[in-house]
Design a protein around this ligand. Structure first.
Ligand code: PEP
Length: 253
């Protein structure tokens, strides 16, 4: 059975004081209210991860994540954070290839393939983001475009390594816009991607891959999205900044 995951991407938000309040509220709510079948992940700014780890550690289904890592293990890369550093403070997941990183930091599929490698080498679980722009959706061929992001950044992996990766489908036109993909649109893409994974890794590995949906997911639309056969949870941006709403999303299962 594949893992159900609800991950909150805080992006570049919250001061330390605010982060402590939000994380402690989420931790308490997850402990008391969220089924242990659902893994909840908090991707705070890296600066806070070490401190927030103490909230996650005692709760079996709560983990922390970084929002990015560098593709090299160490070296002269001022301002960057490496996968071994993240591992050394107890981080379990790392978001890679978010569309904002692709857009504002020019991350390419090739660079992301290296980031996926270094994350896996250091025992981190990549949450690998993919998704099309509105222009790509309107032009057609968007299913193939998103599948090609997986091919280019993941398909060099052995089956054993691929099985450790979580995928997040995030249509760019739905991120932070308040426009959500309909459950039919999301399910169409998720089923297509699962089929694409099966062509490379076989049906069993494809069936076990967690594919999350991201893009203006909130407590109102999450139940319908998460009820879709191929949607295994969510990557949540704006709504992860409110503890009650984020927990309610995790409780949608
Ligand atoms: C995201 O950036 O990963 C995201 C899904 O954002 P939002 O939920 O705010 O659309």
């Amino acid at each position: 059975m594949r893992k159900k995951i609800v991950a909150g991407n805080w992006k570049m938000n919250k001061t330390m004081e605010e982060a402590l309040i939000l994380a402690s509220e989420v931790a308490n709510m997850v402990k008391d209210e969220v089924s242990t079948d659902v893994t909840v992940v908090i991707a705070s700014p890296s600066l806070y991860l070490s401190t927030l780890q103490k909230y996650a550690e005692p709760i079996a289904n709560l983990s922390i994540a970084a929002q990015n890592c560098h593709q090299k293990a160490s070296g002269a890369f001022t301002g960057e954070i490496s996968a071994p550093m993240l591992k050394s403070i107890g981080v379990e997941y790392v978001i890679l290839g978010h569309s904002e990183r692709r857009q504002y930091f020019a991350e390419t599929n090739e660079q992301l393939a290296e980031k996926v490698n270094i994350a896996l080498e250091n025992g981190l679980t990549p949450i690998f983001c993919c998704g099309e722009s509105l222009e790509q959706r309107e032009a057609g061929g968007f299913l193939e475009f998103v599948a090609s992001q997986l091919t280019d950044s993941l398909f060099h992996l052995s089956a054993e390594d691929f099985a450790k990766v979580v995928i997040a489908y995030e249509p760019i036109w739905a991120i932070g816009t308040g426009v959500t993909a309909s459950s039919a649109q999301a399910q169409e893409m998720h089923a297509y991607l699962r089929g694409h994974l099966a062509t490379k890794y076989g049906q069993e590995i494809a069936d076990n891959a967690s594919i999350l949906y991201g893009g203006s997911c909130n407590e109102k639309n999450a139940p319908e999205l998460f009820a879709c056969a191929d949607i295994d949870g969510g990557l949540i941006g704006g709504a992860s900044l409110k503890s009650r709403e984020f927990t309610n999303i995790a409780k949608s299962y």
